[in-house]
Write a protein that binds this ligand. Structure first.
Ligand code: MIC
Ligand code: SF4
Length: 645
């Protein structure tokens, strides 16, 4: 039997376990990336492991999320990150150099390698043929220490692309169509492998747009083959030395195959408040727009920005719209500056933002009350833009530009123009001066720690019976943005007690105070949730801060992969209803006893929860490996690692 691409990469990186459905496999990680909002915690955790040097081939610390610098916190965190990078031999990509995923694709990613990143959109690297996975910070710290990364051996979905896209239809429309087909729920432990003759019609940045938004499906990763197009992209980045060919064997097997005829696709957008709510642009045409934003790690490549610049050239922004453009990297910004496209954007009325995450993470450019915002990024969760009442739609740069030109939702095909031709780039502008390369690890470097930086909290070992209260009952698709808001709160990422004041702020701002009251009297706090709990970001703070508030268990209909691991890593029990209907039998304020936990986990038996308020017993199941159980027993991954060493 032949191998598909995913199997080939796992096979060449397998350290533990067997390549069999549902088995846990430990994979060697070649490269890691961190960004500043998750990175400070990663390196604090790495320090807590007491390991002298990193064991990866390449590790890069990016500063791209927290660049607002409203107060001292961001700048202090950046200094901490820079000194840590110097001490341990990590590349440091300074603020201004660009968004981690875009820069990693340009300057570091290589086909056939494994990449683990403390950011859920790390699978952007799949566009260049890497097995690139997003994870919680502590898992990345472990990878830095040379430990394997554990995943459920994935089921592989092949998406077979045929023919080519019609005029004005883009890579974003492909992934929005895939989201329409597969939705954002129920795809845990799958990987998507793209194949078929249509692959050849897509450039590396286009492929990366697709693998980037695979994160929204909830799959472990998405990947494209590495072919001559990958080679020319690497050559244009002067990195062709690292190219290898990567393709599935002719007799490779897949767990499922979907065919997409690219020529049948139409422009799509994701409507509020989920990337999975997908509609055709033409069905929403005419809706008045308040702002348009182009950028983010999904759509901020040279081609994306050139297309927008050419579309708006010589036109003027309608008076009721604001328009932001954030180039994905210094490389892109430099190139559109040199060729004059930046001038076209500015002349049109664009507000040029930093090469950073910015508006995508609610760091500036919040829409007006009830405002309608068309954005090229990947997430439109309620409130993420910084305005709770805003309605954010996700679309391609082409559709976004059409809306900016007309002031209403517009299918770009209706502009009556030909799509701009963007010539293929033979050589990108290369200047890595904003990346500080590692010297030999320098033990003498003094680590800078500002007053905002605190150590990761210590977990408490698991107890046999948990007595507690349902402190919050939430519905389906509670994202990590609901649990641990970013935007204006982002600057507290390195200060757990402070950041914990904002847990569930958009849902119930009284949650932290109520939890702390219970914690004081040793009563556990329990969260009850519906389907797909913890969707979205990799931010481990969505587990660390609840743990700090005394949350001991989450009982949900289902929990998403990265969040599930983060809960385990910080000693919170991730439990699921054996019978989903029992969700109705737990209410906020119910007093619960989770009985005989340690014994049940050991015997691999369901856990019983006794609802003392209702006098009812409910059965809960869990998906935990032996290692996960040991971690939870010890109160978290840090204690587990210390015990093992
Ligand atoms: C996001 O897009 O939600 C983020 C902000 O990049 C997060 C990481 C974070 O919360 O810091 C992600 O995608 O993992
Ligand atoms: Fe940054 Fe947005 Fe990409 Fe997250 S999704 S890495 S916030 S640009």
């Amino acid at each position: 039997m032949g191998f598909n691409i995913i199997q080939k990469i796992i096979k060449s990186h397998l350290l533990e376990g067997q390549m069999k459905a549902s088995e846990i496999v430990g994979v060697k990680i070649d490269q890691t990336l961190t960004q500043d909002a998750t990175g400070t915690m990663v390196y604090l955790e790495f320090e807590a492991m007491d390991i002298r040097e990193i064991k990866t081939e390449i590790s890069v610390s990016y500063v791209d999320h927290n660049t607002g610098q409203m107060g001292f916190e961001n700048a202090d965190d950046h200094k901490y990150l820079q000194t840590i990078a110097e001490k341990y031999g990590i590349y440091y990509s300074r603020a201004g150099n660009g968004i981690c995923h875009q820069v990693h694709l340009e300057r570091f990613g290589l086909p056939g390698k494994t990449l683990l990143g403390s950011d859920s959109h790390t699978p952007t690297g799949g566009g260049i043929g890497m097995l690139a996975i997003g994870a919680g910070g502590l898992d990345v710290a472990c990878a830095l220490a040379g430990l394997p990364f554990y995943i459920t051996y994935p089921k592989v979905l092949k998406i077979n692309l045929t023919k080519k896209l019609s005029k004005w239809i883009t890579a974003k429309d492909i992934i929005l169509y895939v989201l329409e087909l597969l939705t954002t729920k129920g795809n845990v432990a799958w990987v998507v492998e793209y194949g078929g003759p249509g692959v050849k019609t897509l450039s590396v940045p286009e492929r990366a747009t697709i693998t980037n938004m695979g994160a929204e499906l909830g799959v472990t990763s998405s990947i494209f083959p590495s072919d001559e197009i990958t080679y020319s992209f690497l050559k244009a980045q002067e990195r062709e030395g690292g190219w290898i060919e990567l393709k599935a064997d002719p007799d490779a097997e897949y767990d499922r195959i979907i065919d997409i005829d690219l020529s049948t696709l139409e422009p799509r957008l994701a409507t509020p408040h989920s990337p999975g709510n997908v509609s055709l642009v033409k069905d929403l045409a005419g809706l008045k727009v308040d702002q348009v934003c182009v950028g983010s790690c999904t759509n901020s490549s040279f081609k994306d920005l050139m297309t927008v610049a050419k579309m708006v050239k010589g036109k003027k922004l309608p008076r009721n719209i604001s328009f932001a453009v954030a180039p994905g990297s210094k490389q892109v910004l430099r190139m559109i500056t040199e060729n004059g496209a930046l001038t076209d954007l500015v002349d049109f009325g664009a507000r040029i933002m930093e090469s950073a995450c910015g508006f995508c993470i609610g760091n500036g450019f919040a829409p007006s009350t009830n405002g309608i915002s068309i954005r090229t990024n990947n997430r439109n969760f309620k409130g993420r833009s910084g305005t709770n009442s805003a309605n954010v739609y996700l679309a391609s740069p082409e559709t976004a530009a059409a809306c900016a030109i007309t002031g209403i939702i517009t299918d770009p095909r209706e502009l009556g123009e030909e799509p701009p031709e963007i010539p293929k780039i033979d050589r990108f502008f290369i200047d890595d001066s904003m990346v500080i390369p590692p010297k030999k690890t320098d033990k003498k470097v003094e680590i800078y720690r500002g007053p905002n930086i605190g150590n990761p909290p210590k977990g408490e070992p698991l107890v046999q019976n948990i007595n507690g209260e349902v402190m919050l009952k939430v519905g389906d698709i509670i994202t990590t943005d609901h649990i641990m808001p970013a935007g204006a709160r982002l600057k507290y990422r390195s200060n757990i007690p402070k950041y914990s004041e904002f847990v569930f702020e958009p849902v119930d701002p009284t949650f932290p105070e109520r939890c702390l009251k219970n914690k004081k009297v040793q009563k556990a706090n329990i969260i009850v949730a519906g389907l797909s709990y913890g969707q979205g970001s990799s931010r481990e703070h969505a587990a660390i801060c609840p743990a700090y508030l005394g949350v001991k268990a989450v009982i949900a209909k289902s929990i998403e992969r990265i969040h599930h691991s983060n809960l385990i890593n910080f000693g919170i029990l991730p439990l699921e209803f054996t019978n989903e209907d029992d969700y109705e039998n737990l209410e906020q304020k119910d007093i619960l006893e989770l009985e005989n936990i340690i014994n049940s986990l050991e015997a691999n038996e369901p856990i019983t929860v006794n609802n003392k308020t209702k006098g009812q017993k409910i059965q809960l199941r869990y998906t935990l490996s032996q290692r996960d159980i040991e971690i939870i027993n010890l109160g978290g991954l840090l204690s587990y690692i210390k015990r093992k060493r």
